[in-house]
Design a protein around this ligand. Structure first.
Ligand code: ZN
Length: 250
């Protein structure tokens, strides 16, 4: 090995040691916060640790937390989450107090905790292909509102939804897939009556299907009561797969 080769080897070794050190300092063991009544972002590590401790009772505050979390996700600035045994034990002993119910499509690219940048105990999530509402999904939402006093329900659809696309394309469906398609078909018929076709038709079906699920939820007597008391809001939203943003549908 000549002198320049030795120099390169030493330099590479030094770089590896440096990178190894950087990795450790970038992801230190998160400080474990004590359980108090405030949410907090701990600045003790290079990536802050997010933890919500207070109960969120207002729909507006819950929506704000979701939108802020999605902004962090979209910007690639997600916070560390406390998943320590201390935190898990705290949630076990003190119970869960999620601040939002998310009825999301099962699509693997649409994980609510990730795209809203939320931690253990924050979201009560119901996932089903095409984010449709059947009595089973409705029962889960009613439980969260009635017993856990969750102030916000968000139906989360997304662009290029496979379930919606399948409903638009029609054709034979096997097994129980037809049960999902049947829930989406009324939205397809409505969108087709507007003369749409191709991708605009699919995206309009996605929007109508989200709104249809919102309307299905609003038929529940349990949810109606909470809505009338202003203790609850039910909203539709749509996730942009590549941009990473969630937009609210009116
Ligand atoms: Zn989908």
């Amino acid at each position: 090995m000549n002198r320049s080769s030795s120099y390169i080897c030493v330099t590479l070794l030094g770089l590896l040691i440096l990178l190894s050190g950087c990795h450790q300092s970038s992801y230190p063991t998160p400080a474990i916060p004590s359980a108090d009544k405030n949410s907090t972002v701990l600045e003790t590590s290079s990536v802050p640790v997010y933890q919500r401790m207070e109960k969120v009772t207002s729909p507006e505050a819950a929506m704000q937390l979701l939108l802020e979390g999605n902004q962090r996700f979209k910007a690639g600035k997600v916070l560390n989450k406390d998943i320590s045994i201390t935190r898990r034990t705290d949630l076990l002993r003190n119970g869960q107090h999620p601040f939002a119910v998310i009825v999301s499509c099962s699509d693997s690219r649409v994980p609510p905790e990730m795209l809203f940048d939320q931690a253990l105990g924050d979201l009560f999530v119901i996932r089903v292909a095409g984010n449709v509402i059947t009595p089973v999904e409705l029962g889960s939402v009613e439980y969260a509102v009635e017993h856990l006093k969750v102030p916000l329900v968000v139906v989360l659809g997304h662009e290029s939804c496979g379930a919606v696309t399948a409903a638009v394309e029609g054709g034979e469906t096997k097994g129980s897939i037809s049960a999902v398609i049947a829930k989406i078909t009324p939205s397809v018929i409505r969108a087709e009556s507007d003369g749409l076709s191709g991708n605009p038709l699919i995206e309009q079906c996605v929007n109508l299907n989200i709104q249809s699920s919102v309307q299905d939820l609003k038929k529940s007597s349990i949810l109606k009561e909470a809505l009338e008391k202003k203790q609850l809001q039910i909203i539709g939203s749509k996730y942009d797969l590549d941009e990473g943003g969630v937009s609210i549908l009116n």
